[in-house]
Design a protein around this ligand. Structure first.
Ligand code: SAH
Length: 260
């Protein structure tokens, strides 16, 4: 990159960079992500990576899609990890590009472990996770001093696609004032019911932020008791985040001044 008063590390042939592309807005990628896009030989990317980020790639870079497309099942995770190893062994500069942050519900851990086991050198470039950056684009602060001193990031479905059974819902509901659910649209009803059964009030504010930080962003504000039905009624589309907690109310005081 030109005109920067810092030197960014070289992208060595045979190395893999596991890079977070942020929630969507291309302005949210890091300098290291931009640097990687301009140097990569091959980019292996997920469905959540915004087209406008991919458009910043070096024109000669090969692109391999590793997500779900047109209802077809996504490539199996071991196959993706193996492909990264193969490309690296071929001497390519491999950019593994993921939505948000690669280590937050992004299977980055599995891929990094496979690379480590195969003896491949890699770099992790964190991205802005949608559960923080996407909320900000909806004028919802993840924390606010008067509201919450803790926050939890929770997945709305487990490896089998069910509401995660390993979560201690009572403990979560009692201990953490703000809950941010990823991949939760399908099980919104079950999640809201479990939280209410664990003592959270039906009137507690909930926001569903869809396609955050993209031109098609939508924000639905509702309550724990009504959000599941309301999301269906309004046809909210994935990807979406579900934010439960009083921080959602701050949106009312902020949104009118948020520059677009
Ligand atoms: N690694 C990603 C998360 C991948 S899991 C990250 O750090 O953000 C996929 C889930 O992320 C989606 O189901 C959705 O809950 C959330 N997500 C990712 N991008 C999003 C966006 N632009 N708007 C809303 N939700 C998003």
């Amino acid at each position: 990159m030109n005109d920067l008063p810092i030197t960014l590390p070289a992208f060595e042939p045979g190395h893999v960079w596991l890079v977070g592309a942020g929630p969507g807005d291309p302005g949210l990628i890091s300098l290291l992500a931009y640097h990687a896009l301009s140097q990569a030989d091959v980019i292996v990317y997920d469905a959540l990576v915004d087209d406008r980020v991919l458009a910043m790639a070096r024109p000669g870079a090969a692109r391999e899609f590793a997500g779900k497309r047109g209802g077809k099942p996504s490539p199996r995770q071991p196959d993706i990890s193996r492909r990264l190893v193969e490309l690296a062994r071929d001497g390519k500069r491999v950019l593994r590009l993921k939505g948000g942050d690669p280590f937050v519900f992004g299977r980055g851990a599995e891929e990094a472990l496979t690379l480590a086991e195969a003896g491949i050198r890699f770099r992790i470039v964190p991205g802005i996770t949608s559960g923080v950056g996407g909320l900000a684009y909806a004028a919802i602060p993840a924390t606010s001093r008067d509201v919450n001193s803790a926050i939890a990031f929770v997945t709305g479905h487990d490896a089998h696609g069910d509401v995660p059974g390993s979560i201690d819902w009572d403990a979560l509901a009692r201990a953490v004032p703000v809950l941010v659910f990823y991949m939760a649209l399908k099980h919104l009803d079950g999640i809201a019911s479990r939280l209410m059964a664990a003592g959270r009030s039906a009137g507690e504010p909930v926001a569903v932020v869809s396609r955050a930080s993209t031109p098609r962003q939508t924000v639905l504000v509702s309550t724990l008791g009504e959000v599941a039905a309301e999301a269906v009624r309004q046809g909210v589309e994935p990807p979406a985040l579900v934010v439960v907690g009083e921080v959602v109310r701050l949106r009312d005081r902020l949104m009118d001044f948020l520059a677009q």
